[in-house]
Ligand binder design. Structure first.
Ligand code: UD1
Ligand code: UDP
Length: 373
């Protein structure tokens, strides 16, 4: 029997990374050929801990860098300093990072400085605009340059990397681990524990709203919320549920434009299990989130992507997502059409799954074993 163990460290720091890395952590922990450790930067605190609790992940290393309103430079430098100490202690053979946040790039860069191999989960997403999403598009590209294993979620993501002349032998199509996580928590008979959600009348048309992107702060976010406001004013059977991101800049805009409305419910960020099941029970989703764009298609929910461009074209090609932009009238018109026109709704409400089959984490583990054992 092969007694050799590969030392793998999974690194993450924000809510979406935690959700997408949770299945990877579980698979790594259960593999007898892998000695695994989890390291969190805690770029997010509350929103990260919510996910750790749900998936019962106890980080081996917690850099605890969270502070309100930190600059990107502060997040980067504090993550790098903390991560360096951790890497010196555990000495991983390979670190796994996920996606495009500041934690991802900072962690990968420290790995590179220590000549540790880097596996990039969700590699190859490109919007084509370095300023949008900001700074995420740059984080992905910068991470790609120093990555040894590119775990591309889709064929399109692989093609982006091939176009950038990355070695094809180092690019693997794995699916997106977000689907692994989603499959673990969706239950068509799910009953909410939260009183407000329990009492929600799902016979009304529920629009689930989320918005948090930095490039949308200010006028674009105001436009999005104003469009939603007009829709609610004109449609008595519509209710909006918006679990508001903890960023105070987002909260201020949401409060200013939406707080006074009876049928708009501004609530705290939800735990992943109720949130995913709320998506499943909603009528339409309006979002600038990356992860939600990937989850909603498998649930057959029309998604309006309220951004100028997306690095996730697969949902749009499949017909469940529409790039609605950040213009108030355009968002309003698309929403109105979806609410009034059954044909338009049915065309978008198809359950398709361009992002994976729920086995991505297993594939990532197998690729690590094939290459490093
Ligand atoms: C980060 C990621 C973004 C990802 C998002 C997921 C970067 C540059 N951006 O953006 O790609 O889509 O996370 O949500 O890495 N806050 C809290 N508690 C928390 C989390 C955030 O209070 O648990 C507040 C703080 O005031 C914080 C602010 O939100 O300063 C912004 O957090 P930050 O991590 O800087 O960026 P996000 O906008 O969350
Ligand atoms: N999500 C959650 N609770 C919420 C809102 C979102 O658990 O109140 C989940 C959502 O299902 C998705 C992820 O968080 O998996 C997306 O995170 P976010 O939108 O913050 O970041 P992005 O994906 O845009 O980077």
């Amino acid at each position: 029997m092969n007694k050799k163990k590969i030392k793998v460290m999974t690194v993450f720091g924000t809510r979406p990374e935690a959700i997408k890395m949770a299945p990877v952590v579980k698979v790594m922990e259960n593999c007898e050929n892998i000695e695994h450790r989890t390291c969190v930067s805690a770029q997010h605190r509350d929103m990260l801990d919510q996910v750790l609790d749900i998936f019962n992940i106890k980080p081996d290393f917690d850099l605890d860098i969270f502070e309100h309103g930190q600059s990107l430079t502060q997040i980067t430098s504090r993550t790098m300093e903390g991560m360096e100490k951790v890497f010196k202690t555990f000495k991983p053979d390979v670190i796994l990072v996920q996606g495009d946040t500041t934690t991802v790039f900072s962690g990968a860069l420290v790995g590179f400085y220590h000549k540790i191999k880097i596996g990039h989960v969700e590699a190859g997403l490109r919007s084509g605009n370095i300023m949008s999403p900001y700074p995420e598009e740059a984080n992905r590209k910068l991470t790609g340059v120093i990555t040894n294993f590119h775990f591309a979620p889709t064929k399109e993501a692989k093609e982006n990397l091939v176009k950038e002349k990355y070695d094809e032998n180092k690019i693997y199509i794995t699916g997106n681990t977000v689907i692994d996580a989603l499959f673990q928590v969706i239950d068509n008979d799910y009953e909410f524990k939260d009183k407000f959600l329990k009492d929600t009348n799902f016979n009304n048309k529920i629009i689930l709203l989320t918005a948090h992107r930095r490039e949308n702060l200010g006028k674009p976010m105001e436009n999005i919320f104003k469009a939603v406001r007009r829709i609610v004013e004109e449609h008595e059977d519509v209710e909006v549920i918006y679990p508001v991101h903890l960023n105070p800049k987002v909260r201020k805009i949401a409060d200013n434009i939406l707080k006074d409305m009876d049928r708009v419910h501004l609530i705290e960020p939800l735990d992943y299990v109720p949130f995913a099941n709320l998506m499943n029970k909603s009528h339409i989703i309006v979002t600038d989130s990356g992860g939600i764009q990937e989850e909603a298609p498998s649930l057959g929910k029309p998604v309006l992507v309220v951004r100028k461009e997306t690095e996730r074209p697969e949902g749009i090609k499949a017909g469940t997502a529409k790039l609605a932009g950040i213009d108030e009238t355009n968002i309003y018109n698309i929403l109105k059409d979806l609410l009034k026109n059954e044909n338009s709704y049915e065309k978008m409400a198809n359950a398709v799954n361009p992002y994976g089959d729920g086995k991505s984490a297993e594939r990532i583990k197998d690729i690590i074993l094939e290459n490093l054992l």
